[in-house]
Design a protein around this ligand. Structure first.
Ligand SMILES: [Ca+2]
Ligand SMILES: [Ca+2]
Ligand SMILES: [Ca+2]
Length: 280
């Protein structure tokens, strides 16, 4: 995963909050419809894009400084034509800087640990010596414990920041609309994560159309609903920070339940030698 993307300003959150309004979304399509509505409203001359002037008017309404508005345009105008197209607008609102970091840390740690694991296997290759076997198994155990400890330390703050990032109205919980964006981002990044793992450790048993099926399956509202109700342990129809952290930390028992729920019914088997607790 690429790094070095500029940190989005908190103003992005203010715009997103205004765009999503108060109405609760019930699915990805509903949230997208809400965003489209906001886009049409803000595109006051109706030419299909939001100009600097139009963005300035939104900024004024939301009480943003001129410098912030300028930064927003610079940040979101990917093709640098000085206007925001609908797709630029949506992908900018859907950005998930902390979740991105979460997956990057996860990927880096897994690749590193996997390499160390394989080096250990090579070093002790085929040993029949009982004592040496014991040393190997102790070393593998240490590696797993160390990887889990490091992951928890690094990922927990990122999950908390991501939760707060997606809590667009800042009321301390993710309602349905906010959680749709959260899961949509989570799943997009999870797919990239799986792709990277498969590229590094190819699974000949997973042909391309199977991967396509997986993407389609993961993106469905049904998957989001399943993950949502699993994490919404109190049944409040909203997600709390502690629950999101607990369910998405790869070192917890609950994490594997969520991943199982997301990936179940797919035949995908990821061939990681030692880290099956990350992906089934
Ligand atoms: Ca316009
Ligand atoms: Ca543009
Ligand atoms: Ca909220």
């Amino acid at each position: 995963m690429g790094s070095g993307a500029s940190e989005p300003a908190s103003e992005a959150k203010a715009i997103c909050k205004a765009a999503l309004g108060r109405k609760e979304g019930v699915g990805v399509a509903c949230v997208e419809e809400q965003l489209l509505k906001a886009f049409r409203k803000w595109d006051s001359n109706g030419d299909g894009s939001i100009s600097v002037v139009e963005l300035g008017a939104i900024g004024k309404k939301l009480g943003l400084a001129d410098a912030s508005v300028k930064n927003l345009m610079k940040d979101a105008d990917v093709n640098k034509d000085g206007e925001l197209s609908y797709s630029e607008f949506v992908s900018w609102l859907f950005q998930a800087p902390y979740l991105k970091k979460y997956f990057q840390v996860l990927e880096d740690s897994i690749f590193k640990a996997e390499d160390e694991y394989k080096a250990l296997l090579k070093k002790f290759n085929g040993t029949e010596d009982y004592k040496k076997k014991e040393v190997l198994s102790a070393k593998m155990n240490d590696l797993e414990v160390k990887t889990k400890t490091d992951l928890k330390k690094e990922l927990e703050p990122l999950l908390r920041q991501s939760f707060q990032w997606h809590d667009k109205d800042g009321n301390g919980v993710l309602d349905r609309g906010e959680s749709v964006i959260f899961f949509s981002n989570y799943v997009s990044l999870l797919i990239i994560f799986i792709q990277h793992i498969l590229k590094r450790y190819p699974d000949p048993a997973a042909p391309e159309d199977q991967m396509k099926k997986l993407y389609h399956y993961l993106r469905s509202d049904e998957r989001h609903d399943q993950a949502f109700s699993m994490i919404d342990v109190k049944g409040k129809r909203s997600l709390e920070e502690e629950d999101v952290v607990e369910f998405l930390l790869p070192t917890t028992r609950k994490y594997s339940d969520v991943i199982d729920a997301l990936l179940s019914a797919t035949e995908l088997k990821i061939k990681l030698t030692a880290w099956s607790w990350i992906l089934p």
